[in-house]
Write a protein that binds this ligand. Structure first.
Ligand code: MN
Length: 244
């Protein structure tokens, strides 16, 4: 059972990577003033690390705190927590394989959520989309609302909708991706947005030949060994543009 001491034990290396993930996602246009990224604690499976409520580009190590799977901060956090932290807590609870989660309102993905179209892999870099994204509509759980995932119950409904997928579209709101590492989750969030742009363009031209499920799986496996290469570039491109 995690205790409040866990907050003090947040591994500095992971905190630094999470700060970097915040800045990379902002620089790539996946998040803006809103959106958030978290990482599961490497040795406390029922704890995850997340910034306090802050625009990702401005996040520093001092903003990162530990949370339990009820979405409660463990120990002191300076400032308010994100309202939608239950996205993270409930996905970590439902998916033991998930080590990092990115929630965003990245714009090219939104049209898919509101039309019920699945995001499907149009090129090998987005093989993680497999046979397609999952779909979530908050109206099915709570009727008309502000669409925010502001309770554990809504987080659970979202995690259920995600199922075993890598990406769930949230109707009229945004999307959430999960990964087995922080680098993989960031990669997936970046390429979900890229794929959405390309898929929209392709659908306007004519019938689309998507990667087959087998191609997608093989491509995802190949890409998973290369996420460090993209991460290194994105980190390099941040130099001089953000404080880390
Ligand atoms: Mn949101």
């Amino acid at each position: 059972m995690a205790t409040s001491d866990t907050a003090l034990a947040a591994p500095a290396a992971l905190v630094a990577q999470l700060v970097l993930a915040n800045h990379i996602l902002a620089a790539r246009g996946v998040v803006d003033g809103f959106g958030h990224v978290s990482a599961r604690h490497p040795s406390e499976a029922d704890v995850f690390l997340l910034s306090r409520s802050r625009a990702p580009a401005l996040v520093t190590a001092a903003d990162i705190g530990c949370y339990d799977l009820e979405g409660n901060p463990l120990g002191e956090i300076c400032g308010a927590p994100y309202l939608e932290r239950f996205i993270h807590s409930e996905i970590y609870r439902a998916r033991p394989d998930v080590m990092a989660v990115v929630h965003s309102h990245s714009p090219s993905v939104i049209p898919f959520g509101v039309t019920g179209q699945r995001l499907r892999p149009v090129f090998h870099m987005s093989g993680f989309l497999g046979s397609g994204s999952a779909h979530f509509d908050s109206r099915d759980s709570v009727g008309d609302s502000d669409l925010l995932i502001r309770s554990p119950a809504l987080g659970r409904a979202l995690a259920t909708a995600l199922g075993a997928c890598a990406c769930v579209l949230m109707r009229g709101h945004g999307s959430t991706v999960a990964g087995s590492s922080l680098q993989q989750a960031v990669y997936r969030a970046v390429y979900a947005e890229v794929n959405a742009r390309m898929q929209t363009a392709a659908m306007g031209l004519g019938p689309v030949t998507y990667l087959s499920e087998r191609e997608a799986a093989l491509a995802a496996e190949a890409n998973d060994s290369q996420t460090g290469r993209a991460w290194a570039l994105w980190e390099h491109e941040l130099a001089g543009t953000a404080e880390t």
